[in-house]
Design a protein around this ligand. Structure first.
Ligand SMILES: Nc1ncnc2c1ncn2[C@@H]1O[C@H](COP(=O)(O)OP(=O)(O)O)[C@@H](O)[C@H]1O
Ligand SMILES: [Mg+2]
Length: 238
């Protein structure tokens, strides 16, 4: 198996290096021997037709699905085809926002957001501090005591993001986060992602909305086509 040295990451400032990724579901190929890198601090839109494998790629990057072949270096955590049993180390760096939120409906906004910190055993005082910051960023302070079952789609989306960013991940993976939002809420959500990116978080956002990359200056577009991933130019790319 090819080794990826940490030095190379430092040289190129790539936070993600994917080498010869191949993935099959049964006999159906999704990725065939494809390689790409993602620069630290970049904002990458992952585009591709429905069924091309965007969600699967995010799950591979999150360590949920081991790839059929290939090697991935995610901020120093190396994933191969063998399932790793120390995924918690990866989860401290990489957070994912699923399309269908996965909130606990019966508990409140603040209880949902703070949950990952309880799992990580963070001190109560620190939990509260981070909660206040996240509630502010996402404009959720006024409804922090509301039960999630009572929220609108846009509010639930923001709670899901809050739960993701409260762990201070270096990489955020977002799977079609604007899929169920109208234009106004889409704009608002993109502003939040932009703010997080401005603070240094690397963002990989899967979408089939080709208008989104135009909202983020200097973003990159990684296109999934013919079982390969390649960067393509877009209007605001440099
Ligand atoms: N766990 C799985 N087992 C078998 N096939 C799957 C699984 N997950 C996804 N697929 C198939 O892989 C293909 C890509 O799915 P997906 O990654 O969800 O694509 P996208 O997000 O681009 O729409 C689809 O044909 C889907 O049915
Ligand atoms: Mg998908």
């Amino acid at each position: 198996m090819e080794q990826i040295s940490k030095n190379r990451i430092m040289e190129r400032s790539s936070i993600i290096i994917v080498k010869n990724l191949t993935h099959y579901f049964d006999t159906r190929p999704l990725f065939k021997n494809t390689s790409f890198e993602i620069e630290k601090g970049s904002f990458v839109f992952l585009i591709g037709d429905t069924g091309s494998g965007k969600s699967t790629l995010l799950k591979i990057l999150h360590g949920e699905i081991p790839p059929t072949a290939g090697i991935l270096d995610i901020d120093g955590f190396v994933i191969g085809k063998k399932k790793r049993h120390d995924l918690y180390k990866l989860r401290r760096k990489v957070a994912i926002i699923y399309q269908d939120f996965f909130l606990i409906e019966e508990i409140s906004v603040e209880e949902n957001i703070i949950l990952p910190l309880k799992c990580l055993g963070i001190r109560k005082q620190e939990q509260k501090k981070r909660l206040e910051i996240v509630l502010n960023i996402l404009d959720l302070s006024k409804i922090k005591k509301e039960r999630c079952s009572k929220l609108s789609g846009g509010e639930k989306q923001r709670v899901a993001i809050g739960r993701t960013i409260i762990t201070n991940p270096s990489i955020i993976l977002a799977d079609e986060p604007t899929g169920s939002l109208d234009a106004k809420l889409t704009m608002r959500l993109m502003k939040i992602f932009r703010k997080l990116n401005d603070h240094g978080t690397t963002i990989i956002l899967a979408t089939h909305n080709l208008e989104l990359p135009k909202m983020i200056k200097n973003s990159q577009v990684l296109k999934l086509q013919n079982h390969r991933l390649e960067y393509v130019k877009h209007e605001l790319s440099t």
